[in-house]
Design a protein around this ligand. Structure first.
Ligand SMILES: Nc1ncnc2c1ncn2[C@@H]1O[C@H](COP(=O)(O)OP(=O)(O)OP(=O)(O)O)[C@@H](O)[C@H]1O
Ligand SMILES: [Mg+2]
Length: 257
């Protein structure tokens, strides 16, 4: 089976990108697939979800994504951390520097190309902006999932995001938008349904879909797991939002495999 490299991207902050990456990785792993998560966000949210005591573990370790990009002698397999929700290349606050270093944007693609033969899925978490890391992440990807809340504010920046996708398609013409993943929203709320209708229209124009599997709000759950630095998926299998992620992961498998 060939590897699918999927970026979870949206320059809007706080829409569930990192949560979606980690929960989806956990679901895919549970389905028997091999999964690598690459955390390209200097905030390192996905890394801290996946590694217990992330900050302590990373102290003095020179094998994050930043180090892989900067140190030619560091091998990709040596940088990979094995976690209960999949393998991981960790982020680091050092990535905040990337925008001003002026490096070529194929740096993450080179890393992905080295290991894509070893995984069924590589999921890339991206930062909430359209800078170097976003471009480099999209250049390394085959497909994009756009997590968004069903609120007017969350969908406002979508045209700008598409401009970045078109720009990257100049160098990565196979890059494809799979669709919108609606997070932290309830299908029964009329205002959410109206926004989902707007997303449907955009998706039709773009030739992608709005995944019918919405992720419900799970009050407290993710915040608690974050504070405890634990794997949410293992802790709370019966949670509604995680059931939604399991359904989404199945839809994702169908969409790409
Ligand atoms: N389904 C959910 N139910 C409840 N809380 C959620 C859910 N999904 C995400 N959250 C919470 O919402 C906040 C934002 O989620 P997350 O960090 O995944 O978003 P993000 O898009 O990656 O943010 P950023 O843009 O800062 O990287 C977090 O506190 C997370 O715990
Ligand atoms: Mg995030």
């Amino acid at each position: 089976m060939s590897c699918s490299v999927i970026a979870f991207s949206n320059q809007k902050g706080g829409v569930g990108k990192s949560t979606s990456v980690v929960a989806t990785a956990g679901c895919l792993l549970g389905r028997g697939y091999t999964v690598l998560v690459i955390d390209t966000d200097p905030q390192a949210t996905a890394s801290s979800y996946m590694v217990s005591d992330f900050e302590k573990q990373e102290e003095g370790r020179e094998a994050s994504l930043y180090h892989l990009i900067m140190d030619e002698n560091l091998s990709v397999p040596d940088s990979i951390v094995h976690t209960p929700s999949g393998d991981l290349i960790t982020a680091s606050f050092l990535l905040y520097d990337m925008d001003r270093l002026g490096l070529g944007t194929s740096a993450i693609k080179e890393i992905v190309d080295e290991v894509r033969g070893q995984y069924d899925f590589i999921l890339i978490d991206t930062p909430p902006n359209l800078g170097w890391l976003q471009t480099a992440a999209l250049e390394a990807s085959d497909d994009i999932v756009i997590p968004t809340k069903a609120t007017a504010q969350s969908i406002r920046g979508i045209p700008t995001f598409f401009d970045t996708v078109y720009y990257v398609q100049n160098t990565n013409p196979k890059l494809r938008i799979l669709g919108f993943l609606i997070t932290m929203s309830n299908k029964r709320v009329l205002a959410c349904k109206a926004i989902a209708g707007e997303l449907e229209t955009i998706a039709q124009q773009m030739g992608c879909q709005v995944f019918p599997e919405w992720i419900r709000l799970a009050e407290g759950l993710f915040g608690e797991a974050e504070a405890m630095h634990t794997n949410v998926f293992q802790m709370h299998r019966k949670n509604n939002a995680l059931k939604d992620y399991a359904a989404f992961a199945d839809a994702l498998i169908k969409a790409v495999k």
